[in-house]
Design a protein around this ligand. Sequence first.
Ligand code: ZN
Length: 135
Amino acid sequence: MIKKLSHVGIAVTNLEQSMKLFSGLFQNASTGTEDVKDQHVKVGFFQLGGTSIELTEATAPESPIAKFIQKRGEGVHHLSFEVDDIHAELTRLKREGFQLIDEQPRRGAGGYWIAFLHPKSTNGVLIEISQKIEE
Ligand code: ZN
């Protein structure tokens, strides 16, 4: 079951500058940055009520964020919805006809399993589903 909007992902070219910009916008300190090495990105989070904003900078040219910015420039990249059982949701969404980018969840930032749906099957919106990793 989809529980809530977990975060909005924004692609940026310079995380440090964007962290300053958004902390001025939100008047709120970030909850820090994190390197997600296998996805070649560096992310920063801002908590806003029950949801958050995730700023993402590419750390290598083969990163999907680098390709996104090259094609479309900086901006909103994806919406992430938190689910209670990511495996069950992937099975359900596939059965509903959504195209999966990730057949299996992978480790994302902030202690979550994540998987993306192809924007071709969601009206052009890149959707991520996520589940908190229990450890
Ligand atoms: Zn995300």
